[in-house]
Design a protein around this ligand. Structure first.
Ligand SMILES: Cc1ncc(COP(=O)(O)O)c(C=O)c1O
Length: 424
C-alpha cells in the first residue's frame, strides 16, 4: 500500500466516520448480567442463556461444531454493517480496537494477532509459510481435524514434507508427551497438536510440549479451535510459537472469524503466502515491498469489519461472564455427563477421565448403533443436537456443554442415552 493510501485510510478512522454521520464503532453494549452469586448460580446462568436468540428446541449441544451467536454480537454486526453501508466505507479502522481486545483476551500483544477467517486459515498460514524442505518432518495427532491435518498433508504433496502421526493417549499428559518424543528425529521441524481434540475432547499438555519443542529448536503450533472460549488461553504462558483459533465456536463470534497468534520474535519465520494492501508498504512501483512489522501482514485486501467488531463483542461478553467461570460451568456439566453416562450398560465414554485431560466435551459410543444412527436417534426422538464423530472410525457422538446449557439439558441427555441403550 502506498504511504498516501495508508495515511488516507487512517484519516478515515473512527473519528472521521463519526464526523460524517454519528458513526459509533463501539460495540453494542453487552446487556448487563447480574452479579454472580454462588448461592444462586442458576439465576446467573439463566441470565446468560437469555442473551442468546438460540431456540430451545432442539437443545443445542454442538458448540464444538459451531457456537451460537449472542444478541449483543448480532446487534454489533447488524449495526456496524448498517453504519458502514450508509457511507460505503470498509471500516478498516475498526480492526485495531478489536485486535487489542483479542490480544488482551489471549495474553498476546496486538502486533502478534492476525485476523483470519477460521482456524483452518490460521493453521494453513503456518503450514505454508514455514521454510520446510522435502524430508523435513511434522508431528501431529491422528485425531487432528481436517482443518489441522490437511494443511500439512498438502505440504506433503507440494513440498515433500513428511508427516508423522501419533495416536492420542487417554491415560496421562506425560504419555502424550512421550508419544511425541518417540517420533522426534533430527529432521523434525514442527510439532502441532490440537489444544483440545475435536473427537474425544482430550486436552493436550500444551505447556509441557512447548517446553519440549523449544529445547529442541522445533516449531510448536497449536490448533486451538476447541479451546479458545471454552477454557482460559494465555498464549505467552503456554509458550507456543503460534496458535490458531476460530471465533465461531466456543467464543460465540460471527461465522468466519478467527485469529492466528504469531509470537513476536517468530514473525519473520513465517513467509507471507497471501499478500496485498495492508501487508506492507510500497511508495510506488517499481520497488520492493516492506512488510509491516506485525502479524497483521498476513491480512490483506478488504475485510468484513462488522464481523470483526462482532468478534470483539463476543469476547467482551465472555469477559463479563468470566473466563474461569465459563470453563468451570462447562466442565461441571461435562463431569455430570461423564459420571452418569459411564454407568449405562452398552455406552462407552471415550473422553478421558483424568481431570487434566478433559474440559467441556463428552464423547460417547453406543455398543450397537453407529455414529449416524445414534446421533439421529438423539436428535429425532429426544430433540438433542449433538455431533456424530466419524473420524478415525470412532463411531461416537460428541456432546458440548457451554454457557447456555444447563443441568436440565444434561438430565435430558442422560435420560435419552439411557433410552438409546435400551432401544437401539
Ligand atoms: C481442532 C479443530 N481444528 C480446526 C477446526 C476447523 O475450524 P474452522 O472451520 O473454524 O476452520 C475444527 C472444527 O471443528 C476443530 O475442531
Amino acid at each position: 500500500m502506498s504511504v498516501d493510501r495508508r495515511t488516507f485510510l487512517q484519516g478515515l478512522g473512527a473519528g472521521a466516520l463519526g464526523a460524517l454521520a454519528g458513526f459509533t464503532p463501539a460495540a453494542a453494549a453487552v446487556r448487563p448480567l447480574p452479579a454472580f452469586d454462588a448461592a444462586n448460580a442458576d439465576a446467573f446462568w439463566r441470565a446468560v442463556r437469555a442473551q442468546y436468540p438460540l431456540l430451545d428446541d432442539p437443545i443445542y449441544l454442538n458448540t464444538g461444531g459451531l457456537g451460537p451467536i449472542s444478541q449483543p454480537v448480532l446487534d454489533t454486526v447488524d449495526a456496524t454493517t448498517r453504519q458502514l453501508q450508509q457511507h460505503s466505507e470498509t471500516g478498516h479502522s475498526l480492526l485495531e480496537p478489536a485486535r487489542a481486545v483479542l490480544a488482551h483476551f489471549i495474553g498476546a500483544l496486538p502486533e502478534e494477532v492476525c485476523f483470519v477467517r477460521n482456524a483452518t486459515e490460521g493453521n494453513s498460514l503456518i503450514a505454508s509459510g514455514l521454510a520446510l524442505a522435502a524430508g523435513d518432518e511434522v508431528i501431529f495427532e491422528t485425531h487432528a481435524h481436517p482443518g489441522g491435518s490437511f494443511p500439512w498433508l498438502n505440504q506433503a504433496k507440494l513440498r515433500g514434507v513428511t508427516v508423522r502421526l501419533f495416536e492420542p493417549d487417554t491415560t496421562s499428559a506425560e504419555a502424550n508427551l512421550a508419544r511425541i518424543s518417540g517420533l522426534v528425529t533430527p529432521r523434525t521441524k514442527v510439532i502441532q497438536v490440537s489444544h483440545i481434540t475435536c473427537t474425544t475432547g482430550l486436552v493436550f499438555p500444551v505447556e509441557a510440549i512447548a517446553e519440549f519443542a523449544r529445547a529442541r529448536g522445533v516449531w510448536f503450533h497449536v490448533d486451538g479451535a476447541q479451546a479458545a472460549g471454552m477454557i482460559p488461553v494465555d498464549v505467552h504462558a503456554l509458550g507456543c510459537d503460534s496458535y490458531a483459533f476460530s471465533g465461531h465456536k466456543w467464543l460465540g463470534g460471527p461465522h468466519e472469524t478467527g485469529v492466528l497468534y504469531l509470537r513476536r520474535d517468530r514473525l519473520e519465520a513465517v513467509a507471507p503466502t497471501g499478500i496485498g494492501a495492508y501487508s506492507g508498504e510500497l511508495p510506488q512501483l517499481p520497488g520492493e515491498i516492506k512488510y509491516s512489522g506485525a502479524a497483521s501482514r498476513h491480512e490483506y485486501g478488504t475485510r468484513n469489519a462488522a464481523l470483526i467488531a462482532g468478534f470483539a463483542a463476543a469476547v467482551r461478553l465472555q469477559e463479563s461472564i468470566g473466563r474461569e467461570r465459563i470453563a468451570a460451568h462447562g466442565r461441571k456439566l461435562a463431569t455430570l455427563l461423564l459420571n452418569e453416562l459411564g454407568k449405562i450398560t452398552g455406552i462407552e465414554v471415550l473422553t478421558p477421565r483424568g481431570d487434566d485431560l478433559r474440559a467441556s466435551i463428552t464423547t460417547i459410543r453406543h455398543a450397537r448403533a453407529d455414529a449416524r444412527k445414534f446421533f439421529g436417534y438423539l436428535l429425532e426422538k429426544h430433540r438433542l443436537r449433538c455431533r456424530p464423530v466419524t473420524e478415525q472410525e470412532l463411531g461416537a457422538v460428541r456432546i458440548s456443554t457451554h454457557v447456555f446449557n444447563s443441568r436440565a439439558d444434561t438430565e435430558r441427555v442422560i435420560t435419552a442415552v439411557r433410552a438409546a441403550a435400551r432401544d437401539l
